[in-house]
Design a protein around this ligand. Structure first.
Ligand SMILES: NC(=O)c1ccc[n+]([C@@H]2O[C@H](COP(=O)([O-])OP(=O)(O)OC[C@H]3O[C@@H](n4cnc5c(N)ncnc54)[C@H](O)[C@@H]3O)[C@@H](O)[C@H]2O)c1
Length: 383
């Protein structure tokens, strides 16, 4: 068994996602389990080099986890010959410049979504990566969630027959920040800082729909800012200039209709923060982050509309839980392992910067649809 180190530049590691999901729950968890094993017995060993703007905070993270490599200078990190991968979990609107520099330095690139804050930017990244011949990947964590893995299993097992429609319901109340602190960073609510629920969530919806059901062909979307004023991390009031809710209807290839509600201004009355309902001729399923419930056509009740009597049905009890059958790992970690294998072996990653650009494209067209009030086609992306 040979152990191969992979040097990974981790930029944005002081942030919510960079620290918790990518450093602690992914790379450090991979080290705790002994690395990533390849079929030939080689073990890949991630060696993080932390990059951040605030030396105190980056050093504190490095010390907390017994890591000795950190810097506040991205050029310095990129110049290190034993780093092969650049990872970006920075704020969306500063990402493009950093990734272009990493591609220029010949690093493989793995990044959070959205890959850029405009389609032009996302395409620039996809083209630069393709021309440089590096391995590139985008975080598409929802595909690795247990609930959606069970949904994929149902689709691959032909549970649904012909799929008719998909309904995605996502959201929860994000506190305004005055009488209770907000549970998301304030930049998410400022358009000028790359915020907005459409740019944040539609890249997720695009890959979920395309990789599980069918590609998106058109969209009508209505984005709104329900809460116009919020309070930031320092307790200062600011104008929320970005959309915090969006309601969309999409047509998918093959005649499937999807409707998506995304909101940071709704209260949760469902089992999970996101639910994906798929209705097919032979059965239906409702998948969340962890669970997935089904109703086969043979088990479908026959309700009759009658407001004069209490319902004889307990509809939510009429669904069956899909069993786990396997141990599910953290989704971010599972995708990291997959990316590291691809990067080490020099193989193109399936969820690449072209796929990431399609997510930004859908967000951009959704915003345009909201501005014009029109249903818009989602054309094939030319890279
Ligand atoms: N995959 C997912 O489910 C998911 C979930 C949330 C966020 N994200 C994405 O992850 C990225 C980071 O989001 P987050 O919630 O961790 O944000 P965050 O505010 O917690 O972290 C942002 C990071 O960017 C760094 N940064 C670099 N330049 C900056 C600048 N000019 N101003 C402010 N910060 C700067 C910060 O130091 C920090 O490390 C975003 O692109 C977001 O879209 C993905």
């Amino acid at each position: 068994m040979s152990r191969q180190s992979i040097g990974i530049i981790m930029n944005g590691v002081t942030g919510r996602m960079g620290y918790r999901q990518h450093l602690v729950r992914s790379l450090l968890a991979i080290r705790e389990q002994g690395g990533v094993e390849l079929p030939d017995g080689t073990v890949l060993w991630p060696e993080p080099l932390l990059v951040g703007r605030d030396p105190q905070r980056v050093r504190a993270i490095a010390e907390r986890h017994g890591l000795d490599r950190w810097t506040t200078s991205l050029p310095e990190a990129l110049a290190e010959p034993d780093t092969q991968v650049y990872f970006d979990a920075q704020l969306t609107h500063v990402r493009e410049k950093a990734i272009l520099a990493a591609i220029d330095s010949g690093k493989h690139v793995y990044t959070e979504k959205p890959t850029a804050d405009s389609l032009d930017g996302a395409l620039r990244l996809a083209r630069a990566a393709r021309d440089a011949g590096i391995v590139h990947g985008v975080v598409q964590d929802k595909l690795f969630l247990p609930g959606l893995l069970k949904l994929r299993r149902l689709i691959e097992g032909d549970f649904f027959g012909r799929i008719l429609s998909v309904r995605i319901d996502f959201g929860y109340w994000v506190f305004e920040g005055d009488w209770q602190p907000a549970q998301r960073p304030s930049w998410n609510y400022r358009a000028e800082d790359g915020g907005g629920i459409v740019l944040d969530m539609f890249p997720h919806w695009r890959y979920v729909l395309e990789h599980l059901i069918a590609p998106v062909e058109s969209i009508y979307s209505h984005a709104v800012t329900h809460i116009p004023s919020r309070w930031d991390e320092q307790g200062r009031q600011y104008d929320a200039t970005a959309d915090d809710s969006a309601f969309a209807i999409l047509e998918l290839a093959g005649g499937v209709t999807a409707q998506i509600s995304s909101s940071w201004a709704v209260r949760v009355n469902r089992e999970e923060l996101v639910q994906v309902q798929v209705d097919g001729v032979r059965g239906s399923a409702v998948a969340g982050l962890r669970n997935c419930r089904v109703q086969d056509r043979s088990m479908t009740p026959r309700p009759i509309w009658n407001p004069d009597i209490p319902s004889p049905h307990r509809f939510l009890d009429q669904w069956a839980e899909v069993p786990d059958n396997i141990d599910f790992d953290n989704g971010f970690k599972a995708e990291w392992e997959m990316f590291l294998r691809h990067a080490y072996q020099g193989e193109q990653f399936p969820y690449d910067l072209v796929d990431g650009a399609k997510g930004v494209q859908l967000a951009q067209i959704a915003l345009e649809s909201g501005r014009t009030g029109q249903r818009l086609a989602v054309p094939a992306l030319e890279v």
